[in-house]
Design a protein around this ligand. Structure first.
Ligand SMILES: Nc1ncnc2c1ncn2[C@@H]1O[C@H](COP(=O)(O)OP(=O)(O)OP(=O)(O)O)[C@@H](O)[C@H]1O
Ligand SMILES: [Mg+2]
Length: 243
């Protein structure tokens, strides 16, 4: 079995003349938590899109998951193989309870019995430490943090080997970010490889074993997170983008 769970080689995604992702190459080791940072519009979400095929694959380049080329696979085949992502904007069903939201995920492709689905749901709730009494609450009444827990639980339902999270800390308070930090570490320790896009650098520095910084669709720096954030080009890219 390949030591790298994910291998990206020369990945590009162009929208007309806009090179949103332009020749990105990197690997993710099995069991790793890899952080991805970069200014707004640097291509982070587009990179997730082209890896997962939702809503599109790459313009060119290769994506390998567990040793297999997946860049021409339909999205449902990729997720069934164990590669699952969350979206930057929470996709929620406001009227459904937290439990029934997970039931939708668990029964989506009709492969699980109701008993199997309930067991998966219970596991997913426990993985994110979701309060027992909150499970029957309509999603719209959940706190921002609980919605994040639910989003991650929903992604864990299919028991992915690789979980890709797009800015899960957005909108959270400092104490909530600390809770998310503990949650991500626990999920990663349970055996799930994690690819994490974040703007909250303190979280990336705390949980990532390696960090990649994108800028204008290309990899600007990669390596030890504490070294990468001290890189003058990285500092310049952030300051330039925010001024
Ligand atoms: N479907 C699309 N059609 C056209 N352009 C797009 C599309 N999706 C993204 N882009 C453009 O590609 C570039 C990269 O966008 P992307 O959403 O990947 O950035 P990002 O790094 O995730 O930014 P943010 O930190 O704001 O989430 C931007 O210029 C964006 O406008
Ligand atoms: Mg984004």
């Amino acid at each position: 079995m390949s030591e790298n769970i994910l291998e990206i080689a020369g990945a590009c995604k162009f929208f007309g003349g806009l090179k949103a992702v332009n020749g990105v190459s990197f690997t993710v080791a099995r069991g790793e938590m890899l952080g991805i940072a970069g200014p707004n519009g640097s291509g982070k979400s587009t990179l997730f899109n082209l890896i997962t095929g939702v809503p599109f694959g790459p313009t060119s380049g290769e994506v390998r998951f567990m040793g297999e080329r997946i860049d021409r696979w339909p999205a449902h085949r990729i997720s069934r193989a164990g590669l699952v992502r969350t979206f930057q904007k929470d996709a929620e069903f406001p009227a459904l309870s937290a439990h029934d939201t997970l039931l939708v995920s668990a029964t989506y492709n009709g492969q699980l019995s109701r008993a199997q689905a309930e067991a998966r749901i219970d596991n997913a709730f426990r993985s994110v430490d979701f309060g027992q009494t909150r499970r029957s609450m309509p999603s719209r009444e959940l706190s921002v943090y609980e919605k994040k827990q639910l989003m991650i639980a929903s992604a864990l339902i299919s028991e992915p080997a690789l979980l890709m999270l797009d800015e899960p800390a957005s909108g959270l308070t400092k104490p909530e970010i600390q809770r998310l930090d503990d949650l991500l570490v626990a999920v990663n320790r349970s055996g799930v490889t994690v690819l994490l896009i974040e703007h909250v650098l303190s979280l990336l520095l705390s949980v990532s074993q390696r960090l990649i910084v994108l800028n204008q669709g290309s990899v600007l720096a990669a390596g030890d997170p504490h070294d990468v954030v001290k890189n003058p080009q990285v500092i310049e890219a952030y300051l330039g983008g925010r001024s």
